[in-house]
Design a protein around this ligand. Sequence first.
Ligand code: DGL
Length: 274
Amino acid sequence: MTERSRPIGLFDSGIGGLTVARQVMRAMPHENIMYFGDTARVPYGSKSSETVTGYSLQAAAFLESLGVKMIIIACNTASAVALHHVRSAASVPVIGVIEPGARAAIDATKAGIIGVIGTEGTVRSEAYQKAIMERVPDARVHSRPCPVFVSLAEEGMSHHPATLIMTREYLAPMLSQSIDTLIMGCTHYPILAPSIGEVAGESVTLIDPGVATAEEAHRKLRDLDLLNDATSLPRHEFYLSDFPHKFIEVGERFLGHELHHVHRITLDELPHFS
Ligand code: DGL
């Protein structure tokens, strides 16, 4: 295996990160990909930052043991609380979803009034807010956790009346603050974009941080001269710490195509950084 043909590693708390993997595959169709979903310990969104950091370090160590050339933290909560820990432990470049998502929102907003929806952990960390205000100090950021969205997305209820009701409930306070841009700051939320877009209205630009993250990963690999130049079909492998019910059905909906090469790795087998 050459340096360039080494895979890109992605990890998430479970299957949600497949929405990020989907964008990475779209932006870089020749890249080999190793995905780790911590389905035995999902959700990360309601756990303490110490716990999520510990899990994230293990996930990154596992991906490094597979020989990846870059790690993408395909989870908003893990990116929000663990990015710098993973960066200092890993020996390959590490990209999270927060910075690219925040930059995309800054590019999109006209009024500088941005909404952020995510898990409890992501909203509590204020990671998006900090990333935005560092660049645009007078921006106004309105955040809200939307925990029910995770179940609605996994149930495939992107157009369901129940999703519209919950979306109205969650978004009402930030819409009354006239946001013109909304960051869907959780891996599951892009699945609900039809309902979120309908409630938010045409004047609000929806940001899927996965799109900007894939572009950033592409730029970084190009700058490092590490883009895969092989033209053979890429290898996409998926490792899970548990096989939840309906994994294939939900996973394929999140990924946008069929899922093959799914493996189980038990928590005991996960390595630690030395
Ligand atoms: N993947 C998580 C995120 O993007 C959502 C699911 C969870 O809470 O673990 O924040």
